[in-house]
Structure formats: structure tokens, C-alpha cells
Write a protein that binds this ligand. Structure first.
Ligand code: SAH
Ligand code: SF4
Length: 431
């Protein structure tokens, strides 16, 4: 297991190596989740099927995995009865292990998940009146150490594999009961029209009415944001491969317009992100001058503001219809003055950016070196940007009672080990 073992943080801003695409299993079987259709075909051929069979079975199995969400070969009714056990001997259809599932009073749900080799990471589902957003992780921890971010304080980091990334979406659809013919409670509600009526009474059942493959039958999970743990552009290949599966028309078929990747500013990877993944871009800007951004987003020392904004201006696919989102965490007396708001407007104009701004009230965590700006300050900052004709809504924190809010993701296992360390330290000082 040496190649999937935990890596220590190699430095403030250095990429971690890319993990292998197949996580080895103790029983020797291969987990098909996360593999491209072509790779599934190759594996079937290597296992002994002739070329024609391998291609046909790969196509069928892919459909069962990603369109129907089945986890047993036995359920694949168009595959010969004798072939199903043959497949089950060699392959599995995995999901990340659920360690804990929490439900907030505001409808937000958080899952603590575990990889096959024992690393914990988190995923959050946020239902709104007009959409349901799944916030997924790309790494266990993060190497970038932004000073206001709880995830950035985790000691250990590993890239998630494509299977572990797409596995989060699969798991969410399992939990929400959103596979065709699923027998879960939501599907039993009946037709979209029935659900529409019921949703009037129960906001947690509302769905998005806009056009889009994923929403046409009234599903709850309509959007995906790569805003959980980790820096997605430091795990580019795996994130790209996972998103390809999420967008595949014969599988999950979620439109790229409903997926947003958030980066702290890995400039050299931004163009490839637009070209090869093609999803919406969010950039964690958080400051408008070098000194403050160097302090709160250390990656800025490597890729400065000018380069970052130029890369935004060149982002493939950005337009007035598909704006880049600038995330801006509101830190009291650090980045929240009127002058900061005006400078933000100037930068967006100077670079000709089709942009909107998302103001995020800072979520404090124990030991955090900052405080959240006052509500009046956030309101004023937002007004200045709005007055310049740029949308700048304030994000409402969600799931605070279960620590699911933005930037709070840090696994319970990690918290426990810290508590354990504290106990050990106390015991040592008493000795
Ligand atoms: N690594 C990526 C995506 C994950 S973080 C990135 O940094 O963009 C998702 C968003 O949450 C980022 O904008 C991040 O800056 C913000 N965030 C992190 N910690 C936060 C906190 N304590 N309060 C509010 N927002 C936070
Ligand atoms: Fe990593 Fe994003 Fe947190 Fe920065 S804000 S430490 S890049 S997860």
C-alpha cells in the first residue's frame, strides 16, 4: 500500500503526487466506479472476454453503474444470468464508506466518508428553494494552508481518486433516492406533478424547474460544487476524469453548466480546466492587494494577483452568460473596507472580467486567527460592488449546527486525534 499511503505536507504551495486510478482491495477484485468506459472494456478483455463481448458488456455495465445506480451485478437484467457471477468474482461496484451522516435543522446534510485505505473526508448537500447543491471534496485535507480555512490546518493530505470523487455523487443519489426505479421514499412520492404539490408544503422537497437533463424528472440534486476539502486543480487529472463521468450523457448526465469548480488560484492549471473540463469557475480571491492576499492565501506568493486575474480573463468559456464567481471571505478589519470594495470593482473592470462576487461571512473555528466582519460592514461592502453594476450577494451560512458551513470541513477523525493529543499533552504535563 506504499503508493496510497499518507503523504506529509511537502510545503505550502507544492502539488501532491497524483494517486493511482485503482485503489487496491484486499480481496483482489477491482472496483469499477471511477473508471472510464474504455478502461472497463480493457479490463473485461483482460479477464477473458473476446473483443466484441468486452465492448458490449462494458457499455451495458456502464449504463447500470451510472444511469441506474445499481451496486450488484445480479441486478443487471440484460446481462446473461451465468455471466453475472463471473463479473462479481472479478469486480465490485463500490461506494465510499459512510462513517457518519448528519442532518441540519435547515435541511443541510453532511456525510463523513472513508476511503478503502482508511482516510476520512466530507461531503455536504445543501437544498434550496430552486436547486439542490452537492459540495464535494477533491482531496483529503489540503496543502495550501489558507489562514482562515479549517481544512488547511489538517496535517495529512492525499488526492482522492476519480472513483472516490464520483463516488460522492453516487452516494448522494443513493441517499436521496434519485436513481430511476429506486424504491426510496422520494421516488415513491410519485410523478413530478405530485412532487410539485407536496413541495409547496414541504420546502425540503423542492427542486429546480429550469431546463437540464438532471432536473427534468424532479430530482433534488441539481448542482455540484467542488468546494469541499482540497484544492481541485492540485488533483487535476482525477477531478477531470471524475467530472467526465458526471457529465457523460449515458451516465449521470449532469450539464457542465451545473458544475462549479472553486480554486484558490492555481494559475497554470486554469486554462486546462476550461478546455478539458469546461465547468464554471469560481476563484477564491479574498483580497485585492498583494500584502493581504499573501497573508491569507499563501499560494498568492507563487501566483500573484495580476497573473490570476489575467488567467480569469482568458478562462475558456467565460462570458456574460457564464460569469466567473469571485469568492470573497469577509474578515474583520482585514479585507473589508470601502476602499477594498472599490479596488475590487476597479480590478474587475480593468481586466474586463465577466464576473460576479460571492461574499462569504467568515465561519470561525476554534483557534482561527480572524473574526467575521460585522453585518453592517458586509452590507456596505456588498452595496458598493452592487452600485458598480456587479452582482455581490452575501452567502447565507448553511448547516452551522452540524459544522457543514463553508470552510468548516475537517474530519471528525482528525478532530478526535487532536483531542487525543490534547489529553496526552495534559497527562504529560500532570506527570
Ligand atoms: N480549495 C478550493 C475549494 C475549497 S474551499 C478553494 O480554496 O477555492 C471553498 C471556499 O470556502 C473557498 O472560497 C474558501 O476560501 C472558503 N472558505 C474556507 N474557509 C472558510 C471559512 N472559515 N469561512 C468562510 N469561507 C471559507
Ligand atoms: Fe485549501 Fe481552499 Fe482551504 Fe485554501 S481555502 S486551505 S485552498 S481548501
Amino acid at each position: 500500500m506504499a503508493d496510497t499511503a499518507l503523504m506529509s505536507i511537502p510545503g505550502q504551495a507544492d502539488p501532491v503526487p497524483v494517486a493511482r486510478d485503482i485503489t487496491p482491495r484486499a480481496d483482489g477484485r477491482i472496483d469499477l466506479i471511477g473508471l472510464p468506459r474504455e478502461r472497463i472494456r480493457e479490463l473485461f478483455a483482460e479477464a477473458g472476454l473476446d473483443a466484441k463481448q468486452a465492448k458490449l458488456r462494458a457499455k451495458q455495465v456502464f449504463h447500470w453503474l451510472y444511469h441506474r445506480g445499481v451496486t450488484e451485478f445480479e441486478a443487471m437484467t440484460d446481462i446473461a444470468k451465468t455471466m453475472r457471477p463471473w463479473l462479481a468474482e472479478r469486480f465490485v461496484i463500490g461506494r465510499p464508506e459512510v462513517i457518519e451522516a448528519q442532518h441540519s435543522s435547515d435541511g443541510t446534510r453532511k456525510w463523513l466518508l472513508r476511503t478503502a485505505d482508511g482516510h476520512d473526508f466530507e461531503m455536504v448537500f445543501i437544498p434550496d428553494a430552486d436547486r439542490g447543491t452537492l459540495c464535494i471534496s477533491s482531496q483529503v485535507g489540503c496543502t495550501l494552508n489558507c489562514r482562515f480555512c479549517h481544512t488547511g490546518t489538517m496535517r495529512l493530505v492525499r488526492n482522492l481518486t476519480p472513483g472516490e470523487i464520483v463516488g460522492q455523487v453516487m452516494l448522494a443519489r443513493d441517499a436521496l433516492g434519485e436513481w430511476p426505479n429506486s424504491s426510496s421514499p422520494q421516488r415513491k412520492l410519485g410523478s413530478p406533478a405530485d412532487m410539485r404539490d407536496r413541495a409547496k408544503e414541504d420546502p425540503s422537497l423542492r427542486w429546480d424547474d429550469e431546463e437540464g437533463e438532471y432536473t427534468s424528472d424532479g430530482r433534488l440534486l441539481t448542482n455540484i460544487v467542488l468546494m469541499g476539502m482540497g484544492e481541485p486543480l492540485y488533483n487535476f487529472d482525477n477531478v477531470r476524469d471524475a467530472m467526465k463521468l458526471v457529465m457523460d450523457g449515458e451516465g449521470l448526465a449532469l450539464s457542465k453548466r451545473r458544475i462549479t469548480l472553486s480554486t484558490s488560484g492555481v494559475v497554470p492549471m486554469m486554462e486546462r480546466c476550461g478546455d478539458e473540463i469546461g465547468v464554471n469557475l469560481a476563484v477564491s480571491l479574498h483580497a485585492v492587494n498583494k500584502d493581504v492576499r499573501d497573508e491569507i492565501v499563501p499560494l498568492n506568493r507563487k501566483y500573484g494577483l495580476e497573473d490570476l486575474l489575467a488567467a480569469c480573463a482568458a478562462y475558456p468559456g467565460a462570458s456574460n452568460a457564464r460569469r466567473i464567481t469571485f469568492e470573497y471571505v469577509m474578515l474583520r478589519d482585514k479585507n473589508d473596507s470601502d476602499a477594498d470594495a472599490r479596488e475590487l470593482v476597479r480590478l474587475i473592470r480593468d481586466y474586463g472580467l465577466p464576473a460576479k462576487v460571492n461574499l462569504i461571512p467568515f465561519n470561525p473555528w476554534p483557534g482561527a486567527p480572524y473574526e467575521c466582519s460585522t453585518p453592517e460592514r458586509i452590507r456596505r461592502f456588498s452595496e458598493i460592488v452592487f452600485e458598480a453594476g456587479i452582482s455581490a450577494p452575501v452567502r447565507t451560512p448553511r448547516g452551522r449546527d452540524i459544522d457543514a458551513a463553508c470552510g468548516q470541513l475537517k474530519t471528525a477523525a482528525e478532530k478526535k486525534s487532536r483531542a487525543q493529543r490534547d489529553r496526552e499533552a495534559a497527562a504529560a504535563s500532570n506527570a
